[in-house]
Write a protein that binds this ligand. Sequence first.
Ligand code: RP5
Length: 167
Amino acid sequence: MTVQERRKAAPRVGVVMGSESDRPAMEDAVRVLAEFGVACEVAVRSAHRTPDATALWARGARARGLKVIIAGAGGAAHLAGAVAAHSRLPVLGVPLATSPLGGFDALLATVQMPPGVPVGTLGVGAWGAKNAAHLALRILALEDAALARRLEQHARARARVASGRRS
Ligand code: RP5
C-alpha cells in the first residue's frame, strides 16, 4: 500500500452523536461513507452530559487526520455547535427527531449559529444523516479525484434509475 493509499484508508470523517440512542439514525451516514470507501471515526459524546469529553474529542480531530465532522443530536441539540466551537474543521450538523418535539427543536438549535461559528445544517433525521455523508464526500472530493469520479458515476446511475433507463 502506498503512502497515499494508506492516508486515504485512515478515517477522514468524524461521525459524532449525542447519545447511543442516536446511533440508528447516524448509521445511515456511516453506511453512505462506507459505500464510497471512505473510512470514518464514530464516537458518542454529549454536549450536555459529557462536555469535557466532547471538547477533547473535537480539539484533537484535526490531529487525528479528520477532514470533516458530522455531528448528530436531538432535542436541545448543541453538539454540532459545541464541536464547531472547539474545532476549525467543517462541521455538518444533523438534527435528530428524538424528543417529543419531533426534531424541529433540534433543527433550530443546530442551524442558528452565531456568525463565525458555522455549522452546515442538514435535514432532520435519516435524510439529513445521509446528506451529511454525501456533503462530506463532496468536500473530500475537492482533493480526491478518484472519489470525485465515484460521486459522478453515482449521480449518473441515480439519474438513470429516476428516468427509468437501465443503461
Ligand atoms: C440529545 O438528547 C441526544 O443527542 C439524544 O438525541 C437525546 C437523548 O439523549 P440521552 O437521554 O439518550 O442521553 O442530547
